[in-house]
Structure formats: structure tokens, C-alpha cells
Design a protein around this ligand. Structure first.
Ligand SMILES: Nc1ncnc2c1ncn2[C@@H]1O[C@H](COP(=O)(O)OP(=O)(O)OP(=O)(O)O)[C@@H](O)[C@H]1O
Ligand SMILES: [Mg+2]
Length: 464
């Protein structure tokens, strides 16, 4: 069983100690915060199952902490404690999402009772949610999440074109979810009861690929000891997914074009023309326009394929999907690995949202899996992040001001900041590079390189 973690927020030391001792003796893990500011920081950095929050505290009061908890750690349970119980306060606290409201002096049995009831309630809520999600998944795009405008557009196109026989070209960087789109298209079409057969055109050598796709007759080549059905035939009535179509050889491109136009082909070494009703979905992370220009991909085939293109933007261009994906993978992975890791601190989510994800969703999925496996507690915190993603925040917690909900580009921001500091140093040094380099603690050559790269120029009025 995982330990239940409780945060006690009270400005009175005596009360913090009283709760710590009593709750620890009941095997709860307890941490304390001596005021609202500290509590908020702790809520950002950790996950608490329950927070006992004193209402009357100087500066940031309990109502504010309660509101913060509801908004930023919706899975935590807040219980309000106060010496000045009034109906008005009770109503307000409950409105802010408090589970219950206790008047001081409280009896320990009463607190324990409420904590247990709250935990039971949360478990029920979780089970309910899991059931609801299961239902939803059945009818929506299974395990395919995203609510950015970009992904919503992709989902809308999928819904529109899934149940047609049109050929669809799926475009996107590696790891953006092209295969998921192909599956969603198939499972939302009338062909869903038949198979979707994937073929990775980049992973199979050309001669093998030909017989994989079209099959062969007995004796077609040295090792063809019996007739073999190709994947186009296997997928008859269903869908074939031609992945990495950009890698297909010119010879096979011609054969594919014929299937697209005539819906027919011959097996290797065969003379009989075979008709097939196979829907074709294709995907690539290559720039097909360029391959066409370079004469590596047939233009007529390209136009046939791209009648309906679906373009999946890279993850860094739809950062608002990241928190959703993080929670999705956390749930799926912790379940499949049998590890009870269900909390993640807001800071971790923020840091993940800022990272540029060159490997897109696949990279994000891998990182979460690694964090879940290595984590030693039920919550992922900054320490669990791999170094390449980790970025230290300044001591004062200005994260929220710096990062809008839509996210930022970390690289662009660092660049901008670098540029700003170099210009400031140059100004301070009257544009004498040697002196500016000293101010920045770097050698002159590096500075000159950076000035060139950043395109920094001395303002004209200072020249001469
Ligand atoms: N929107 C999404 N929601 C949930 N999981 C996703 C999403 N997008 C991608 N994934 C997951 O990320 C991983 C990579 O996705 P997928 O294999 O579809 O990418 P791809 O574009 O085909 O990559 P490649 O070009 O490398 O073949 C898969 O495990 C997939 O389930
Ligand atoms: Mg793929």
C-alpha cells in the first residue's frame, strides 16, 4: 500500500506539532507549512493526498491556499480548520472545493474520520473517472489525446474522411502520431471489422518489399517454393498502411500507381490480374515535395496520394497538448507497469511543457515511462526529471509570470536573453569588445562569434 501524504498548513507551531505527531502515529506521512506562501510552494513541488489548512493566517490566508489547491492539484483533498467557524466561511470554503470544514479545537478522532472518508470518496471518484474514460475511449479516438486547436483540427478531418474510400497521406515529423492517425482512420471506417495491415516501406529491402506487397507465384524466384499472398490481398476489404512511403523505389511506385488507378495488380511471376478493394493510407516524415523536385518520387503518384493530406504539427508547435499527454501517459504507464505513481508536481509539468521535444510524442512517452519506472514515490517531482530536460528555476518562484498557458519556446527565450545581455555588456563597455568580453567572463573570440551569430550591430549614431 502506498503511504498517504498529508500537508498541515498552520501558522501556529503548536498546532503543526500536534497534528504531525498524531497523524504520524497513524502511519501517515506528514509535512508542514508555516504559512500560505510556503504551502503554495510545497503544493507546486509535491503531491499531497490531503491538506489540512488553517483559515486564519497572515498575508496568504487559508481560503487562498484552498483555492490554489483546487486549481493546481485537483486530485488532492483540502480540509479547512479554523478557530472562527462561521456559516459564511464554511460555505465559501466548500465552494472553493474544500472537502470539509472543521472548527477548532478539533478532536483527533474527528479529523481521522474525515480524512478516511475523504480518501474513500476520492477512490470512488477515481474509479468513476476510469469507467467514464473507458466508455469515452470506446467511442472516441482510442488513446489518442490532444485538445490544442491544431490537434482538434486533425481530429475533425479524421472524422470527416475516415468513412470514405479516399487515399490519405499522413505527414508529420517522427513520433508525432502518424500511425495513430492511420489506426483512427481505419477504426472509424466501415472497414473496421477487417484488418489494417501496416507495411514499413523503409525497413524492407526493395525486392522483398515487392513480394511482401503483391505476393508471388510458386517458382517466381529461386526461393519461391510456394505461392504467397501479398499484403494488398491480405488487406482486401480492409486497409493497408504504407509507412515511410518516401522510401519506396521508383519501380514499386509505378505498381502502386496502378493499384491506385485501376485497383488491380499481378502477383510476382504471375499473369492473372487480381482485383482488390483495399483502402490505402500512406505516411512519411520526408518532404515529398522535395523528393518530387529531386526526381526521387513520381509526381503523378504524389498527386494521387495527397488528395487528402493530414498534417500533424510537431509537439513544440502545440504545447498546450503537453500537460494532457503527460497525464495520459502517467495513467497508462503506471497502470501497465503496476506502479502507483499518479501524482506529478506542477513544476514538472511546466518544465516538460517548455522542452522542445525533437522526438515529439514518442520521446515524451519514453521520458514518462522512464520516470515512472525509476521513481521511488507516488509522485513525480523535479528530481525525477532527466538532466537534459531539467532547467533550474530561480529561487523566487516566478514561473507563472514567465510561462503563459500557451507555453514558450525555451530555445528562443534563451537566445533572446543572450542577445540582451550581450548588448547590455557592449553598451556598458562603450562597444569595446575586449571590455565587454571581460564583463561577460568570456574570451573575446567567443564574444565576437556570438555577436556575429546574433547579428548585433553597433547603432549608427555611435559610429565614428
Ligand atoms: N496524440 C497522441 N495521444 C496519445 N499518444 C500518442 C499521441 N501521438 C503519439 N502518441 C504515441 O507516441 C508514439 C509515437 O506515435 P506514432 O508511432 O504514431 O508516431 P509516428 O509519427 O508514426 O512516428 P515515426 O515517424 O517515427 O514512425 C506511439 O506510442 C503513440 O501511441
Ligand atoms: Mg510511424
Amino acid at each position: 500500500m502506498t503511504v498517504v501524504k498529508i500537508l498541515v498548513v498552520d501558522d501556529e507551531k503548536k498546532i503543526r506539532e500536534f497534528f504531525s505527531d498524531a497523524l504520524r502515529s497513524k502511519d501517515f506521512e506528514v509535512e508542514t507549512a508555516k504559512n500560505g506562501e510556503v504551502a503554495i510552494k510545497m503544493i507546486d513541488q509535491n503531491f499531497y493526498d490531503v491538506a489540512l489548512i488553517d483559515l486564519n493566517m497572515p498575508k496568504i490566508d487559508g481560503m487562498f491556499v484552498m483555492k490554489y489547491l483546487t486549481e493546481n492539484a485537483p486530485d488532492s483533498i483540502g480540509i479547512i480548520l479554523t478557530g472562527y467557524a462561521t456559516i459564511k466561511n464554511a460555505v465559501e470554503a466548500m465552494k472553493l472545493g474544500a472537502f470539509d470544514y472543521l472548527a477548532k479545537p478539533v478532536k483527533m478522532e474527528e479529523v481521522l474520520l474525515i480524512i478516511n472518508r475523504a480518501l474513500e470518496f476520492r477512490n470512488l471518484k477515481r474509479e468513476n473517472l476510469a469507467l467514464k474514460n473507458q466508455l469515452k475511449k470506446k467511442y472516441q479516438f482510442e488513446n489518442f489525446v490532444g485538445d490544442s486547436p491544431e490537434m482538434s483540427k486533425v481530429f475533425r478531418i479524421i472524422e470527416k474522411v475516415a468513412d470514405t474510400n479516399s487515399t490519405i497521406l499522413i505527414l508529420g515529423e517522427s513520433g508525432t502520431g502518424k500511425e495513430l492517425v492511420a489506426k483512427a482512420l481505419h477504426y472509424h471506417s466501415m472497414r473496421r471489422d477487417k484488418s489494417i495491415i501496416p507495411v514499413n516501406c523503409g525497413a524492407i529491402p526493395e525486392d522483398l518489399l515487392e513480394s511482401e506487397l503483391f505476393g508471388h507465384e510458386k517458382g517466381a524466384f529461386t526461393n519461391a517454393i510456394r505461392t504467397r499472398i501479398g499484403r494488398f490481398e491480405l488487406a482486401n476489404g480492409g486497409t493497408i498502411f504504407l509507412d515511410e512511403i518516401g522510401e519506396m523505389s521508383p519501380h514499386l511506385q509505378v505498381k502502386l500507381l496502378r493499384i491506385l488507378q485501376e485497383h488491380e495488380f499481378e502477383r510476382l511471376g504471375g499473369t492473372k490480374t487480381i482485383k482488390c478493394d483495399t483502402r490505402i493510407l500512406a505516411a512519411t516524415n520526408k518532404d515529398l515535395d522535395k523528393l518530387v523536385q529531386d526526381g526521387k518520387f513520381r509526381e503523378d503518384l504524389y498527386y494521387r496520394l495527397k488528395v487528402i493530406p493530414i498534417e500533424i504539427p510537431p509537439l513544440r508547435e502545440r504545447r498546450s497538448d503537453i500537460p494532457l499527454l503527460v497525464h495520459h501517459f502517467l495513467e497508462v504507464i503506471s497502470q501497465s507497469k503496476g506502479k502507483e505513481v499518479y501524482g506529478i508536481s506542477k513544476e514538472v509539468v511546466n518544465t516538460l511543457t517548455e522542452y522542445d521535444w525533437p522526438g515529439n510524442v514518442r520521446e515524451l512517452e519514453n521520458i514518462i515511462e522512464r520516470m515512472v519506472i525509476l521513481s521511488e514515490s507516488s509522485t513525480l517531482t523535479l528530481q525525477d526529471l532527466p538532466d537534459k530536460i531539467m532547467k533550474r528555476w530561480p529561487e523566487d518562484n516566478t514561473t507563472d509570470q514567465l510561462i503563459p498557458d500557451t507555453g514558450i519556446s525555451l530555445n528562443n527565450s534563451i537566445n533572446e536573453y543572450e542577445r540582451l545581455l550581450i548588448v547590455r555588456a557592449l553598451e556598458k563597455a562603450d562597444w569595446v569588445k575586449n571590455r565587454a568580453a571581460k564583463l561577460l567572463n568570456m574570451n573575446r573570440t567567443t564574444l565576437v562569434e556570438k555577436i556575429k551569430k546574433q547579428g548585433i550591430q553597433k547603432p549608427a549614431e555611435l559610429d565614428g
